[in-house]
Design a binder for this molecule. Structure first.
Ligand SMILES: Nc1ncnc2c1ncn2[C@@H]1O[C@H](COP(=O)(O)OP(=O)(O)O)[C@@H](O)[C@H]1O
Ligand SMILES: [Mg+2]
Length: 351
């Protein structure tokens, strides 16, 4: 049984709330995402509960409330909708979100039966950049852009769409503190973030660059053992990326150039903003990835000509299975953890 189910028994109410636990949607280091239902109305939502261990520092609750306030302000079709947040009787903070259906991009790219076509990838990036642009305009940096935090939502009666989730380590741009603490996921971490510098929107552009590169090539832009966290960090900070076209010949030069720019070591040399990134990537949309088919899970889907903007489609492909990336969030080093107190990354983000 899922460990989380021991703590949150199915069919029972979360103490002090009207929400009955129907299942576990996901679990991470800091908490668990529950499928919950309000019995009186049948309304289903997702409830992200932070483990009490992370909520013990004196001002954590105040910061958490501020974070909920910030997230609740973010209204965008490509950002998961946060509707509320509060503290449970045992002191665990929680966030209520719309409950998405589908799977994460991480799961999708690990599925050997599915390939995301070049055109679909572009559509995905386009939606993600719209979401990030909205956050950046509100002075929020996501800081943990990666396939596991990109949800491919395909609820019935909805156009399938990309939802950016997990703003758990996001920071208000002007309130950022805790220098020296690397926060994020090593595989997607910008050089300046590896060095513990305060994040700017440029770290999200860098992560997008790594992510697009990964979807296209199934690997990182260096010949590096991806399980070796130190080696990956070194590569981010020191090694020149291998152009994506050297690994995937059909990539147009403009896409090559776009990714290389996004992966610049110097954040000032990257695209000025996420919209510039997606504009530069536009030729990907027209690139022929040679897949030649447009079927998804046995259902015929529209051809490129009728492809609705915003739809994420996948096509079967005989490509070899892909091992899921190791993308567990990076642990913060001991000294940083001391500075941050027991609340860890979340608490250390903004003060
Ligand atoms: N609103 C949601 N609806 C459905 N599933 C969700 C939702 N939010 C998160 N999940 C699932 O839970 C997992 C963990 O959520 P996330 O917010 O990324 O937390 P963590 O901080 O643990 O990474 C996600 O990868 C996803 O599978
Ligand atoms: Mg996550």
């Amino acid at each position: 049984m899922h460990a989380a189910l021991d703590e949150f028994p199915l069919g029972q109410r979360m103490p002090g709330t009207n929400w009955v636990v129907r299942g576990v949607l996901g679990a991470g280091g800091m908490g668990v995402v529950l499928d919950v239902e309000k019995e009186s109305t049948g309304l289903r939502m997702a409830m992200k509960v932070v483990r009490p261990a992370y909520a013990q520092s004196a001002d954590f609750v105040a910061r958490f409330s501020e974070e909920v306030r910030v997230l609740a302000r973010l209204r965008h079709p490509n950002i998961v909708e946060v509707t509320d947040g509060d503290i449970l009787a045992d002191g665990s903070p929680y966030i209520m979100m719309e409950r998405l259906e589908g799977r994460t991009l991480r799961e999708a790219i690990a599925d050997p039966r599915l390939t995301i076509t070049a055109e679909n990838l572009w559509t995905l990036v386009e939606q993600l950049t719209q979401a990030l642009h909205c956050a950046h305009m509100e002075s929020i940096v996501h800081r943990d852009v990666k396939p596991a935090n990109v949800f491919l939502d395909n609820r019935r009666n909805f156009a399938s769409s990309v939802k950016l989730i997990d703003f758990g380590v996001s920071a208000m741009l002007d309130g950022q503190r805790a220098p020296g603490a690397a926060i994020g996921t090593t595989r997607y971490m910008a050089p300046e973030a590896c060095a513990g510098e305060a994040p700017t929107p440029q770290v999200d552009i860098y992560a997008l660059g790594i992510m697009v590169y990964e979807v296209l090539t199934k690997t990182l832009p260096w010949d590096v053992d991806t399980r070796d966290v130190q080696a990956v960090m070194r590569a981010h900070m020191k090694d020149e990326p291998i152009a994506v076209s050297r690994r995937v010949p059909w990539i147009p030069p403009s896409v090559d150039a776009c990714l290389l720019q996004a992966l610049s070591k110097d954040p000032r040399k990257r695209q000025k903003n996420v919209l510039a990134f997606s504009a530069q990537l536009a030729e990907l949309r027209l690139a022929d990835d040679g897949s030649g088919n447009h079927h998804t899970d046995g259902v015929t889907v529209p051809t490129a000509a009728t492809l609705a903007r915003g739809r994420i489609l996948s096509s079967f492909s005989p490509k070899p299975p892909h091992t899921p990336p190791d993308d567990a969030p990076t642990r913060i080093d001991a000294s940083a953890r001391r500075r941050l107190g027991s609340a860890g990354a979340r608490a250390g983000d903004r003060r």
